[in-house]
Design a protein around this ligand. Structure first.
Ligand code: SF4
Length: 332
């Protein structure tokens, strides 16, 4: 089977605690943050899906849902055809051997008191996937070689403070790879690294993808690194996917105003172009609407219908209708 993960109509709302004053209003409605709201996507074997959006768009909550660190309120998550959205116990533990995470900060994601050997072998120990100490060490050495940390036996005896930022992120990658996962969720894996090291880590991830047929969910706000590694992209805004498709198609011909704004935010490497006009200027200071499109408050193309039609809040496809019809209109 080519499809490894299928997420359908997943929702996760967080209850907002009432303030002390509001707690006296017994009949006030409970309030929720719609962190992930009716999100669907699929990933095939060896595919890199980029989930892009600004802070607070819901991409990290979506990652936690996919990792089954939290349970969805509704919707389903299928891994290789099996519904894992509400699995517990042994079945959940087994699923967790198939999906691993690489976090953003290699300085805090690995324990500074442990040697590389202990850090990388931890998933094998937790899931009891080894029969002898020798086998455990061999698997760690193999994983370190896979991420090009050599000489691997020497590296395995070091502590994290003896390594550079790029080497630490390679250790985090080796730790994720050591139990042969099918999917790696990489949450901004290069954003804390020097610019010179970023390309190396991204190239390494691509090589591992080609060699081991691993799929990645690559979470980022940086579209320049996204384009380097991604096959497909999903743009998230306020808990919803507002635009999705093959990465070159979406980034070269963005249809949604929010995607256009994200592309505009990418740093301009050519100093001659620094003064170029932005393709979109977002509105600031407009009040939020409870119905209609969630991007209404910032969208320069917004029309009356955008903040009135509840269907625009329900489905991103409808939500895009007005954007598709009027993308070239002058902002009003
Ligand atoms: Fe802008 Fe309206 Fe499209 Fe929302 S639905 S992005 S407000 S044009």
């Amino acid at each position: 089977m080519n499809e490894v993960l299928s997420v359908s109509n997943v929702k996760k709302y967080f209850h907002v605690k009432k303030s002390f004053r509001d707690s006296f209003h017994l009949h006030s409605d409970p309030q929720y943050v719609k962190a992930v709201d009716d999100v669907s996507f699929k990933i095939n074997k060896g595919e890199v899906l980029v989930i892009a959006g600004e802070s607070g768009s819901g991409k990290s909550t979506l990652a936690r849902l996919v990792l089954r660190a939290i349970e969805p309120d509704s919707g389903s998550i299928f891994f290789e055809g099996y519904d894992i959205s509400r699995k517990r116990g042994k079945e959940l533990k087994h699923f967790r051997t198939k999906i691993q995470m690489v976090q953003q900060d290699p300085y805090t994601s690995i324990d500074p008191r442990w040697k590389v050997m202990d850090i990388v072998s931890e998933p094998l120990v937790i899931h009891k996937i080894y029969s002898s100490r020798q086998e455990l060490e061999n698997e760690v050495i193999k994983a370190l070689e896979n991420v090009r940390l050599e000489p691997a036996p020497e590296i395995s005896r070091k502590y994290p403070h003896m390594l550079s930022g790029g080497q630490r992120q390679r250790v985090a990658l080796a730790r994720a790879l050591v139990i042969n996962p099918k999917i790696i969720v990489a949450d901004e894996p290069v954003s804390m690294l020097d610019i010179s090291v970023r390309a190396e880590i991204l190239q390494l991830m691509k090589t591992l993808r080609d060699r081991l047929q691993i799929s990645y969910i690559y979470i980022t706000h940086d579209l320049s690194t996204a384009r380097y590694i991604g096959d497909n992209i999903a743009i998230m805004y306020a808990g919803k996917i507002v635009e999705t498709g093959p990465i070159n198609k979406v980034l070269l011909n963005p249809l949604h105003p929010y995607t256009q704004a994200l592309i505009d935010a990418v740093s301009e490497p050519d100093p001659n172009n620094l003064q170029r006009d932005k393709t979109i200027r977002l509105k600031v200071g407009a009040s939020k609407t409870e119905v209609g499109c969630r991007f209404c408050q910032s969208c320069p193309y917004s029309m009356e219908i955008c903040s009135q039609d509840p269907i625009l809040e329900q489905k991103e496809t409808y939500h895009l209708v007005s954007c598709f019809l009027y993308p070239k209109l002058a902002p009003h």
